[in-house]
Write a protein that binds this ligand. Structure first.
Ligand SMILES: [Zn+2]
Length: 472
């Protein structure tokens, strides 16, 4: 079982609406967006009030303060174990008294935060408020001890926070795409305002449509957890950009991890190559190795962009002055084009990597940690690491590898990139990268001693074998 998240653009479904109804729907969703963060802040500060109230009540109880003082000085006053446990027992009793006092004051025991916002924010559907309350109370709970100690402050929320909902009969949202209707039959259209959204997959490079299709399919078949696509608490979000408002579905779901014969001890190491965009090798059989992407075609494609950038910049220099903004537009367009090209390449590379891992049966993938990529301890760029993918969106590539691996039940780990290019992957001793593409081991006892080894291969194998893990 793995959890993945996807972002899918939404349009309000106009097909059965008059213009006025369409406007009203926009107003409705905007109104939720305009007030939801206020409710979030109210919940957050109310959580704090609950705790503060408890502290105040304890302070007003002399016996409680005495016990706390005695326990703090238990060593100095040489209290016995029995005395200490007796004091703690009494403190526990008093805690219960405080709790009763607090509830007496708040006139409620549970969900006091929910009741508070449900009373105040009547324009927000209860289903959304319930989810919001759970989220915020949960987040507060995690930071609670730090907040009481004064290390942290309670979170504050700004306009534009995601609007959480869960998939059940009360869901205020329906999502459709052509014949695909998600939640159909589950939602009672009579239970208040229902918003119908059209899913917009665009070019759909991440196969979002397939994922939603599988979700619908899973629900139809009534599959059990572990073998079905199941929606977790998801949300929709309004994003303001260049005077337009876009709506996105932030879909979080559990997906079954395919039970393939993957060996978690078999590791595939990924090296950003010098002679190939990507090179892979394993910690097992030395003959399992290969490259992804081709150096020449890759560099050629990149060169085309660089040439166009230079041309545009020259044009701007010579014709500077008036209408500069107008001339910036093509540059921006070209940047966008390049970004898309990068994204496409990353999709291809990550897909190929996962394909290879599945073919080999590797249950683990090792990647080099991003931060120090191509740099030595002092932050200088290592000569030996002049990657083809330099200045490349490696972060994006990592993320793609991560989620695609998760879908297949492959674990991704990050290793320290230090010395992966200078160590012999056969004996583990220091060697020498005598040229961009050739590595030589300097250890006379090594079976690879004196031989010319593919430098990318050597690095990839080191990465596969590395057990110096670093957090992402
Ligand atoms: Zn060696």
């Amino acid at each position: 079982m793995a959890t993945i998240t996807r972002k899918i653009e939404l349009y309000i479904d106009k097909s059965n609406l008059t213009d006025d109804e369409y406007k009203a729907q926009w107003q409705y969703i905007r109104q939720i967006d305009n007030t939801l963060f206020l409710a979030a802040n109210r919940i957050s500060s109310h959580c704090l009030l609950n705790d503060e109230l408890e502290i105040r009540l304890k302070l007003q109880m002399p016996e409680y303060c005495e016990i706390e003082k005695s326990l703090r000085n238990s060593k100095k006053n040489k209290l016995s174990k029995e005395e200490i446990s007796e004091l703690k027992l009494r403190r526990k009793e008093l805690d219960a008294v405080v709790k009763r006092q607090k509830e007496e004051f708040l006139k409620t025991s549970q969900n006091s935060t929910y009741q508070l916002v449900a009373y105040e924010f009547t324009n927000i559907p209860t289903e959304i408020l319930t989810n919001l309350n759970n989220d915020i109370v949960g987040k507060y709970g995690k930071a609670r001890l730090d907040i009481i100690k004064g290390i942290k402050s309670p979170s504050t929320y700004k306009k534009g926070i995601p609007i959480p909902f869960s998939v059940n009969k009360k869901s205020p949202f329906v999502f459709i795409d052509g014949d695909l209707e998600w939640f159909k039959g589950k939602t009672k259209e009579t239970t208040g305002k229902i918003l119908r959204f059209k899913l917009h997959f665009g070019k759909d490079k991440s196969n979002n449509r397939a994922i939603v299709e599988r979700l619908v399919e899973s629900a139809k078949l009534g599959k059990k957890k572990g073998e079905a696509y199941i929606v977790n608490n998801s949300s929709i979000q309004l994003v303001e950009k260049e005077n337009t408002t876009k709506i996105f579905l932030l879909l979080s779901l559990d997906i079954p991890t395919t039970k393939r014969a993957l060996d978690s001890n078999l590791v595939m190491g990924i090296d950003l190559g010098i002679n190939y965009p990507i090179y892979y090798a394993t910690n097992g059989n030395a003959y399992i190795k290969g490259h992804i992407g081709d150096r020449d075609s890759f560099l050629n494609e990149r060169m085309v962009f660089q040439r166009r950038f230079r041309e545009l910049q020259r044009l701007q220099c010579t014709q500077g002055g008036r209408g500069r903004l107008k001339k910036l537009a093509p540059l921006e367009k070209l940047r966008e084009k390049e970004r898309n090209w990068v994204r496409t390449k990353n999709h291809i590379f990550s897909r190929e990597i996962i394909k290879c891992a599945l073919k080999i049966g590797a249950g683990t993938i090792h990647l080099e940690k991003l931060k120090n990529i191509g740099k030595d301890k002092d932050g200088n760029i290592e000569d030996s690491k002049k990657y083809i993918l330099r200045n490349w969106s490696y972060h994006e590539l990592q993320e793609m590898i991560e989620y695609k691996a998760a879908m297949e039940g492959i674990t991704v780990k990050y290793v320290n990139p230090a010395y992966t290019s200078q160590t012999c992957s056969c004996c583990g001793n220091r060697g020498e990268r005598i040229s961009q593409s050739v590595f030589k081991c300097l250890c006379p006892e090594c079976s690879e001693y004196g031989k010319e080894v593919n430098a990318d291969y050597n690095a990839a194998r080191n990465i596969a074998k590395s057990e110096i893990f670093v957090k992402k």
